[in-house]
Design a protein around this ligand. Structure first.
Ligand code: AMP
Ligand code: MN
Ligand code: MN
Length: 317
């Protein structure tokens, strides 16, 4: 990607749109809000940010309240930017804006990225899309709002600096953001660790009902749509459960199935050392990273688990 041209186009643009992926996570929200705040601070322009939803706990970041969750038909954007999304399906309805835009750009860190925008900047070595953006931004123009958003993204995709994607660059970037005035405990506790009573109950239930397969190398759990309805939660309220499954002693792969509607499952996978879960996710139409990936599958939970473990087995022998 010609970055100089990108910033030049931002400077000239009369309309700028930004989007992330469906079922947005902390990195998606953090990196999109970082781009929004950086453009606001440096170019004094208000971009329009489209996300399927923005959980209340993220709205304290500047711009969080301005997120547009319906996707009205409108005139073409001069510049449209997709962040943290590996393929066109992942940006959901925003596909119509990206395809019609005069200039479209994609910034991402998924190795499985298909390069769907006119210009694509993909760095699978970046722990988070937010880390990638932090290095593109002119440090001088990273204000506290931008810094908070970047820090949020990095914290979430590294599981608070503990996943294997965390590098020296990640820590140095986070250090720079602390110097901008970010109070780390505020972001980490409020958005990552804090769970509602109900979320903890669902976590407990998932752990209780989890099963070990393949000699304890694979752990699986699932939450049916019925159970989600019973507790009044949705698939976005279940972050953290997969991390707890992954650290079970002896486990190489953790799988969590979240039923989004009847017989449709959002699948999360994590691995520890050997299995490339992004390869398996791609086989089922999804994507992700070597140690953290996901896809959408259909049918009974039992069938989905069978299909996945068959592929895991191939990589373990
Ligand atoms: P999650 O398990 O939802 O935290 O996702 C782990 C990683 O896999 C993230 O980087 C996601 O962007 C990616 N991912 C999850 N679900 C899908 C999907 N259906 N298609 C493509 N990538 C996905
Ligand atoms: Mn993401
Ligand atoms: Mn990410």
């Amino acid at each position: 990607m010609d970055l100089e041209k990108f910033w030049e186009n931002i400077e000239k643009a009369e309309s700028i749109g930004i989007t992330g992926h469906v079922n947005p996570d902390g990195d998606c929200i953090g990196s999109c809000l970082a781009m929004y705040n950086y453009i606001l601070n440096k170019y004094n322009k208000k971009a329009e940010l489209f996300l399927e939803t923005i959980p209340a706990k993220f709205r304290f970041i500047n711009g969080g309240e301005d997120v547009i969750t319906d996707y009205p038909d409108r005139n073409t954007f001069d510049v449209f930017i997709a962040i943290d999304s590996g393929d066109l399906d992942r940006i959901g309805i925003a596909e119509k804006y990206l395809n019609a835009a005069k200039h479209s750009y994609c910034f991402d860190h998924h190795g499985t990225n298909t390069g769907y925008a006119q210009e694509n900047l993909i760095d699978p070595g970046a722990a988070a899309a937010a880390e990638l953006l932090a290095l593109l931004f002119d440090e001088e123009y990273i204000d506290l709002n931008t810094a908070k958003a970047l820090y949020l993204g990095i914290v979430h995709d590294t599981g608070v600096f503990k996943h294997s994607n965390t590098t020296r660059k990640t820590m140095e970037t986070a250090g720079m953001l602390l110097e901008k005035g970010v109070i780390s405990s505020e972001i980490i506790d409020k958005t990552f660790y804090e769970k509602t009573y109900i979320q903890n109950q669902v976590l407990g239930r998932c752990l209780m009902e989890s099963i070990l397969l393949m000699d304890g190398k694979v752990i699986v759990s699932y939450v049916s749509a019925e159970v989600q309805k019973l507790y009044g939660i949705s698939t976005t309220d279940m972050s953290g459960i997969i991390d707890q499954l992954r650290i079970t002693k002896g486990v190489e792969v953790a799988i969590l199935l979240k039923e989004s509607k009847k017989r449709e499952w959002f699948v999360s996978m994590r691995s520890n050392e050997i299995v490339d879960v992004s390869r398996i996710s791609v086989m089922f139409g999804g994507g992700g990273h070597i140690r953290a990936a996901g896809c959408t599958m259909y049918g009974s939970a039992h069938d989905c688990i069978n299909s996945l473990t068959k592929e895991i087995e191939k990589q373990l022998i």
